[in-house]
Write a protein that binds this ligand. Sequence first.
Ligand code: PMP
Length: 369
Amino acid sequence: MNAAFPPLREELQGIEPYGAPQLDLPVQLNVNENPYGPSPEAAADIARSVGEAAASLNRYPDREFSELRAGLAAYLEGDGGTGITPEMVWAANGSNEVMLQLLQAFGGPGRVALSFAPTYSMYPEYARDTLTEWVAGHRADDFSLDLDAARDLVLEKQPTVVLLPSPNNPTGTALPPEAVTMLCEAAASYEPAGIVVVDEAYVEFRRTGTPSALELLPVHRNLVVTRTMSKAFALAGARLGYLAADPAICDAIRVVRLPYHLSAVTQATALAALRHAPELLGKVEELRVERDATVAWLREQGFEVADSDANFALFGRFADRHAVWQGMVDRGVLIRETGPDGWLRVSIGTAAEMAAFRQALLETVQDTP
Ligand code: PMP
């Protein structure tokens, strides 16, 4: 066999697959998971529902996942949405897959996808994998968006997909509704018009007064709001992400989705989880309090911390962040080396995990030059 085996696309050669180091440490605060598992009642209902689905696994699942779409629409109605119908909802295996499908349908050769760095590092991968040109504008020093500059960049590059995480990962920064409105209007002003995807993976953790972009759906036809059950719902292992948008957008995605992409097991799990939504979401308030306490404590210690509406905090700055990350690992605490150089990200865990984080960080910075 010659050196060019397997025949990987040239631009993919030598690229490391995306993913945080998976180290088996006692305190895992690196991938923004919910530290609390489903309640025993929710876990039992999920198991029962999956058991029922198992009896007919010889059949393909409901390709349109109609019951799940209705359940998700009802949930969104209770969390900032108005007039969300099942035809406005689409779901896939994690919001990563939802967004990849959006790029498959609305990106492609000769088209542009645009976001503002620092931002979620999977976005350029969706663009790469769909042969879409990737353009990254910049955020201000406090990680907010300069709205005029953002609009000018959209008008200049005319992307068919604008990706706006709110709250942003890895900074935790939420966008004001004016930003969403301005960029939806800008993206609607050229041909072909762009869609504006507000990625609300962490939105349930938002601070009081921070709205969801769902409120703007009735106003902007080109707005797409994506969500996930991986974070606030404590269901990362189930892989269920979804979006709300104009029914024409959901219809267009049906062209690129794989047949029966959402398994009967996934649908049964997600439906059971929705029945237990209040319990599963029950720890969100506790995590928000812990987040605000963590941000305040880090600031008291003299660190810079980005304002966070999410279940994590970005803090710094360190001359050698890798040394600090390693020092934390040595003390059994796994955080994430991500974002702009000099910064580290910690996911919000239980009170005991955050106490371990604080202790390890104090020791580490004492030992790290
Ligand atoms: N968007 C953002 C901003 C994220 O941080 C993540 C997960 N890290 C996702 C989307 C995807 O999550 P999932 O595929 O689990 O829904």
